[in-house]
Design a protein around this ligand. Structure first.
Ligand SMILES: C[S@@+](CC[C@H](N)C(=O)[O-])C[C@H]1O[C@@H](n2cnc3c(N)ncnc32)[C@H](O)[C@@H]1O
Length: 270
């Protein structure tokens, strides 16, 4: 998913993209839905809840999958449509105006091989209900890619910027907010996010820390030092897997699966 025109953007997406692409590839193998090889055209059915303008939906469609994006923002959906057309995947991307709380007013329950929920649970009224809807959208053996703001990363960033009282407030606040001006309504620890996924019936396969260093290093270092971006990407990938770094990551990624086989009946664990 690296974009040669926006190399630094890959710092925000590379870890998640690598984990997500592997999970989709495994699901393709399990279902036999190789893009373009299967009789019906193949590819997976992917739902991107709060998919916005298609940061992930469009690259997923470029792999040959069909992606439905549900988002409440008409502007985001308009941008999605334009982006999908520019990438030549307009026929595989469908934008629907809707909300994760009323998900089944607009999409089919149990109709998807994979559901993405990236940067959404921070903003919804009831994260546990949102999570249960995400899981209910899956077919048996389907996968969830969950990405949300990490508490520790925000505390560290405020402290390193010299806002020590705000850093302290985020640490003590049940929602992990650093003050009235904080634009993010809620942040999570790795334990909280994992528990949310498990309580909704997912088996958690992997947890990754995302943007452990990327938001802290001066941009000029990354932009001007030859090879620095590539080295930082490798460092982020290595640190992402280590639980010690989950506590200071800007975002946390959880990969979950429902139980059951591609052919079986949904038997999500309670
Ligand atoms: C931070 S953006 C993330 C966009 C995209 N998932 C990505 O990773 O680039 C949050 C998105 O969640 C959407 N959103 C906010 N509240 C929502 C809700 N209750 N249900 C679904 N989406 C929501 C917003 O419109 C926005 O597009």
């Amino acid at each position: 998913m690296s974009d040669p025109m926006r190399p630094r953007a890959s710092l925000r997406t590379a870890v998640v993209w690598d984990v997500l692409k592997d999970a989709l590839d495994r699901r393709v193998k399990a279902t036999g839905q190789e893009p373009e090889a299967a009789p019906d055209g193949g590819g997976l059915d992917v739902l991107d809840t709060g998919g916005g303008s298609g940061n992930f939906a469009v690259p997923v469609a470029r792999l040959g999958h069909r992606v439905t994006v549900v988002d409440p923002s008409p502007n985001a959906l308009f941008a999605l449509e334009r982006r999908a057309a520019e990438a030549g995947v307009a026929d595989r991307v469908r934008g629907v105006q809707g909300d994760v709380h009323g998900l089944f007013d607009v999409v089919e329950r149990g109709g998807y091989d994979a559901v993405l929920c990236h940067g959404v649970l921070e903003y919804v009224d009831d994260p546990a209900e949102g999570m249960r809807n995400v899981v209910s959208a899956l077919r048996p053996g389907g996968v969830v890619s969950l990405l949300a703001a990490g508490l520790g990363g925000a505390v560290l960033a405020r402290a390193l910027a010299g806002h020590f009282s705000e850093a302290h407030r985020a640490l003590d606040d049940p929602a992990g907010r650093w003050g009235e001006g904080d634009p993010v309504p809620r942040r999570f620890t790795a334990e909280q996010l994992t528990e949310l996924a498990q309580d909704a019936g997912l088996r958690v396969g992997a947890v990754h820390g995302v943007r452990v260093f990327a938001d802290l290093v001066p941009g000029v270092l990354v932009d001007t030092e030859p090879g620095a971006l590539e080295a930082l990407l490798k460092l982020e990938a290595a640190a992402a897997e280590l639980s010690a770094f989950h506590s200071v990551a800007t975002q946390l990624h959880v990969l979950g699966e429902t139980s059951g086989t591609a052919e079986g009946t949904a038997t999500a664990e309670a």
